[in-house]
Design a protein around this ligand. Structure first.
Ligand code: ARG
Length: 267
């Protein structure tokens, strides 16, 4: 009896040690490899994102930040000889995080063609073309696009995004009743499902991914507006890192890795 208790205690200690070591191992994989000295001072960068934007930026079942942006940035890092780790921020905190040095790179499906953003950070070459669309419930037959949104309608979008700019613009012009600005796009989609809002303004590839996953309970209506192109961003003046990102990106486009990642993340 006593012996089996002792054994049980030993097993518990062993299991806890294994857990603790396992936990450390995975986080120090990227985080502390520079200090280990095994590789000659590999630069390590914090990549900021906002992960409610699948397939670009999302989380897996274990809560890890994953997506097209992450796969692409991981491949760039490998190509260029640096390591990365991802940190989640709210979308409107991404640029400040890089400006203040809390992060080194933004990978967040971010429109690089925005002059206001260009004043605050430097963007890489663009890696994905996009535009905004209106998403409504599948059974909605009054809204057929941007121009049939009505002054009695609530329209959701994510804070700090091009979609939020558009929603705010429509609200100011009296073309919609209210712009409902949320921290996450997941919240916008829930509000649409719940009937809290009449429509969501979001990037087309994200809308398409969401609709495919939800089995057609929502739909895109009308024509896309406001063409944009996504780029990675770094602190103003960080030419070295920007050149590495551009070089890596060009190589991945050339060797077909970029296309493989598109095939993996977009149906
Ligand atoms: N493309 C839009 C923008 O640049 C939305 C990006 C949202 N990204 C995200 N990771 N939540 O404003």
């Amino acid at each position: 009896m006593k012996k089996s208790k002792k054994i049980a205690a030993l097993i518990l200690v062993a299991a806890m040690t294994a857990l603790a070591l396992g936990g450390c191992g995975s986080s120090s994989d990227d985080g502390e490899s520079t200090e280990n000295g095994d590789s000659e001072k590999t630069p390590h960068y914090i990549v900021a994102t906002e992960p409610t934007f699948p397939p670009f930026d999302t989380t897996d079942e274990d809560g890890n930040i994953v997506g097209f942006d992450m796969d692409l940035m991981n491949a760039i890092a490998e190509e260029e000889g640096f390591t990365v780790e991802y940190k989640a921020f709210e979308f409107d905190s991404l640029i400040p995080s890089v400006q203040s040095g809390n992060a080194d790179i933004i990978a967040a499906g971010m429109n690089a063609m925005d002059p206001e953003r260009q004043e605050k950070v430097d963007f890489s070459d663009t890696y994905y073309d996009s535009a905004l669309v209106v998403v409504v419930k599948a059974d909605n037959d009054t809204v057929t696009g941007f121009d049939t949104l009505g002054s009695d309608m609530r329209v959701a979008s994510q804070i700090g995004t091009t979609g939020a700019d558009k929603a705010n613009e429509l609200a100011e012009a009296g073309e919609i009743g209210e712009a409902v600005i949320n921290n996450g796009y997941d919240t916008c989609m829930l509000q649409l499902q719940n009937g809290d809002v009449d429509a969501v303004i979001v990037d087309k590839p994200v809308a398409e991914t969401y609709i495919a996953k939800q089995g057609g309970t929502t739909k895109i209506v009308g024509e896309p507006e406001g063409a944009e192109s996504y780029g990675f961003a770094v602190q103003k003046g960080n030419e070295e890192l920007l050149a590495q990102i551009n070089d890596g990106l060009a190589k991945l486009v050339e060797d077909g890795t970029y296309d493989e990642l598109v095939a993996k993340w977009f149906q």
